[in-house]
Design a protein around this ligand. Structure first.
Ligand code: ATR
Length: 278
């Protein structure tokens, strides 16, 4: 039989998750499959989830556009999913479906794994660019991990205000994208959380990066292309880079851990995934 993991979303034909989780299964020496289970907009998410339950799937991932829609059909959701308001990982625990959000902690893991000196240095000044769903998850993950100085710059200020409510004891300034552009020297970590710059719009960048402090880490969650225009500007300014595809790997690592208890090490997979994406 083996373990049975699935991915729901639309469109997901080109998802990298099957490749990642099949590698994990192999590395953990576990028998099992991870397959895509696409739900087109005209189909019922509720029915598909009930079917997966009847089929006894061990767990599934949820991606766009169903990360919020699945919530009412689950038996329980943990604090991360509750606070972020989105589920990307579901565990079938003895017939009960439990929802988690591994994007948030996954992002922090990817960052701290690449830059271990950040861990234990949570007084660093962080700037988030954007205030969509991804920003919300990352803000929550950082806040939970102990980072308290997290500013948010967004085109629509109200959305940033909503996110800041997640971090009741955090010092968060809400600023404009123009201000962010001028104040980049204030930050140790700068994180681009929107889809701006993603293929095919590879020449777009949410702000211009002209100057950063030496040692500043600049991160972009976009991974197609691997090195966005935003990251290229950061590199020219002397920043250390953090690539978006690593978030994909670490959210998957944490999901696999929830499902199987196994934590996969993946320095090698990082390079392999880069090659697939290049
Ligand atoms: P999500 O993060 O929910 O997946 P997204 O579309 O990738 O969604 O990103 C949404 C975020 O990108 C929002 O913060 C949005 O700004 P608004 O809140 O003002 O709408 C931001 N965003 C998208 N396109 C943008 C652009 N061209 N310039 C600036 N910000 C942009």
């Amino acid at each position: 039989m083996g373990l049975n993991f699935q991915l729901i979303g639309y469109p997901i034909k080109h998802s990298l998750s099957p490749w990642i989780h099949q590698q994990f299964l192999r590395k953990a020496n576990l028998e099992g499959t991870y397959v895509i289970n696409e739900i087109t907009p005209s189909e019922s998410v509720k029915e598909r989830i009930e079917q997966m339950k009847r089929d006894n799937v061990d767990g599934f991932n949820v991606t766009i556009p169903y990360k919020q829609e699945v919530i009412p059909y689950l038996d329980k959701i943990d604090d991360s999913a509750k606070n972020v308001g989105a589920v990307n990982t579901v565990l079938n625990k003895n017939g009960k479906l439990i929802g988690y959000n591994t994007d948030s902690i996954g992002y922090v893991r990817s960052l701290e794994n690449k830059y271990p000196s950040l861990e234990g240095n949570q007084s660093v000044n962080i700037l988030l660019l954007g205030a969509g769903g991804a920003a919300r998850g990352i803000y929550y993950g950082l806040y939970q991990a102990g980072y308290k100085n997290i500013d948010i710059a967004n085109r629509t200020q109200e959305k940033a205000v909503e996110i800041a409510k997640l971090g009741s004891r955090a010092t968060t300034r809400i600023i404009t994208l123009k201000d962010a552009e001028h104040d980049l020297l204030d930050y140790d970590v700068i994180i681009q959380t929107t889809s701006v710059g993603m293929k095919p719009n590879i020449h777009e960048s949410i702000i211009s990066i002209r100057e950063v402090k030496p040692g500043t880490i600049v991160s972009d969650i976009v991974y197609q292309p691997i090195k966005t225009d935003f990251l290229t500007q950061a590199e020219v300014a002397g920043a250390k880079l953090h690539f978006g595809h690593t978030m994909l790997l670490y959210q998957a690592q944490y999901a696999f851990e929830i499902w199987t208890g196994e934590t996969i090490q993946m320095e090698k997979m990082d390079k392999e995934l880069q090659q697939i994406l290049e």
